[in-house]
Design a protein around this ligand. Structure first.
Ligand SMILES: Cc1cc2nc3c(=O)[nH]c(=O)nc-3n(C[C@H](O)[C@H](O)[C@H](O)COP(=O)(O)OP(=O)(O)OC[C@H]3O[C@@H](n4cnc5c(N)ncnc54)[C@H](O)[C@@H]3O)c2cc1C
Length: 471
């Protein structure tokens, strides 16, 4: 494939954003990235890198040069620590599903992950991708170093060990979660842990008691989350508990006999049914029915919620954390102060009941520890995430507008990669946007890495050039 292809219109996974870049480049290596950036900047073109296109927002869109970093994949270095953990440097275009296997071959794993693993590591950290767990932060909190091609075509590095306030540390702060505004990430250094297994317990539970004491639920496992079907009073609770190596080994021994293998087969069969019900084949059918006859949605949700049954399984961490999502949907997600999440969910429930809005997709609730990453949605506070979804063939506006009103009122911060309507003006109270602007000005005075979305949510540095097309 040539380095600079004629660029077709590119659309994200959710089909909520598209752009026709002037050029699409597939650099082979870091030097190739630097050359493309330097040439584009000299020609007055803007530059964006894309990952897997799994952001719902037009974060990666540009009408300038679009960089695809899929050739920059794989591990660069593994630096082991005495406790079995390690610092690994991975090329920025590496997809998470590939990274799991690379890490596993060294007996290592990422300490926490989101729901899927289709994303590139650079794309995932750049929008603040997170999973769940009271004591765990999002993916950007696992980053300890970055290598970035900046607007002048130079390759610069920065990391957690650089002095606070130094140019290297500033670069690190903006590059580990900054929507690509520091420049093009070419490598990311991650703090990873010894490979571990999770025991997953999934069980339906009545919504009322859960909402009345979400804290107890959040504390009931290392990684707790719940899915609630709108219009019903039932939720699917998921508790993923980290297993000590001895427990995982004992579990594996337990499965080695005939009985164990049969149990494992049953577990896998149940897993398949649940994965299909909640996320894929059968769920697509349910959603198509709801699209054809929205009035049936509440009934369908009740059936879905009743079909859920308790299940327990044990598997390597990344297999438990990540799922396949074949049913296309739209998503909005807000990070709330944890203490108010029960109230906010009750408000969402009230709105859904009052309006009878047809929403066949569950609402998802997750948790995160406070962190100090500049643009992290969990910055400085105990956090609970509330995600509203809608099937891609059904209208999402009214539901998302209502959800956004309620979640903003509750002090929410929008996920940078999921649909929302907040602007820099709204977000200034939540983030150190002055620091962000200062570092952007120092690294990219001409706004080479800006696009309309970045300008809207972080503030425009220079008069915006012609924008990317979005829907
Ligand atoms: C089905 C589905 C499930 C999801 N589940 C979760 C979840 O569980 N938790 C969660 O928090 N989010 C989730 N998301 C959101 C998703 O993780 C984020 O939107 C993520 O940013 C997507 O990564 P990507 O590789 O597709 O990046 P893209 O969407 O392609 O890009 C994201 C941003 O990163 C920038 N970027 C990409 N590569 C580089 C680079 N090399 N250098 C600099 N900037 C770069 C882009 O310019 C853009 O600003 C989900 C999305 C989908 C569609």
């Amino acid at each position: 494939m040539p380095d600079n292809d004629a660029a077709p219109t590119w659309e994200n996974w959710a089909r909520t954003a598209r752009a026709t870049p002037a050029r699409l480049a597939h650099p082979r290596d870091e030097a190739g990235v630097a050359e493309v950036v330097a040439r584009a900047a000299a020609a007055g073109l803007r530059v964006r890198a894309r990952g897997a296109g799994h952001s719902f927002t037009p974060a990666a869109m540009t009408d300038g040069v679009l960089l695809d970093l899929e050739r920059l994949a794989g591990l660069e270095a593994v630096e082991r620590r005495h406790d079995g953990a390690a610092r690994v440097t991975v090329r920025a275009g590496t997809r998470l599903f590939h990274l799991h296997h690379l890490l596993a071959s060294h007996g290592l794993a990422m300490t926490n992950l989101g729901d899927i693993d289709r994303q590139s590591i650079a794309g995932a950290i750049s929008t603040g991708t997170h999973g769940t767990g009271l004591a765990f932060g999002g993916l950007a909190t696992q980053v300890s170093g970055v290598r970035v091609v900046t607007a002048d075509g130079a390759v610069r590095g920065g990391g957690i060990d650089d002095a606070v306030g130094s140019p290297e540390r500033d670069l690190f702060e903006l590059a580990r979660l900054g929507l690509g505004t520091a420049g093009v990430l070419t490598a990311v250094t991650l703090e990873v842990v010894p490979a571990f297994w999770l025991r997953a317990r999934e069980e339906p539970a009545p919504l009322g008691p859960l909402l009345a004491d979400l804290d107890t639920f959040a504390r009931s496992a290392d990684h707790a989350e719940l899915y609630w079907f709108p219009g019903t009073r039932r939720a699917l609770t998921i508790r993923n508990q980290r297993l000590a190596p001895d427990d995982a080994a004992a579990w594996a021994t337990d499965q080695s006999g005939l009985k164990g293998r049969l149990r494992l087969l049953r577990q896998e069969a149940r897993g398949l049914v649940d994965e299909e019900l909640l996320s894929n084949g059968a769920f697509e059918v349910v959603n198509r029915l709801a699209t054809a006859a929205p009035g049936l949605t509440a009934g369908l949700n009740r059936i879905s919620a009743r079909t859920l049954a308790p299940r327990e399984h044990v598997a390597p961490s990344y297999q438990v954390f990540c799922h396949k999502r074949r049913v296309r949907f739209r998503e909005m997600e807000y990070a709330l102060p944890r203490a108010v999440v029960g109230e906010a969910l009750t408000e969402l429930d009230r709105w859904l009941r009052r309006t009878g809005e047809a929403v066949p997709f569950p609402v998802e609730v997750r948790f995160a520890a406070p962190d100090d990453v500049w643009l992290s949605t969990a910055r400085g506070r105990e956090t609970a995430y509330v995600a509203a979804h809608q099937y891609a063939r059904m209208p999402h506006r009214r539901w998302f507008d209502a959800a956004e009103r309620i979640l903003v009122e509750a002090g929410g911060r929008p996920h940078w990669g999921k649909l929302h309507t907040r602007t820099a003006e709204d977000l200034a109270a939540h983030y150190p946007l002055d620091d962000v602007a200062r570092v952007r000005r120092a690294l990219d005075p001409a706004g080479v890495f800006a696009n309309p979305y970045v300008d809207a949510v972080l503030g425009a540095l220079a008069p915006p050039a012609s924008g990317s097309a979005t829907t």
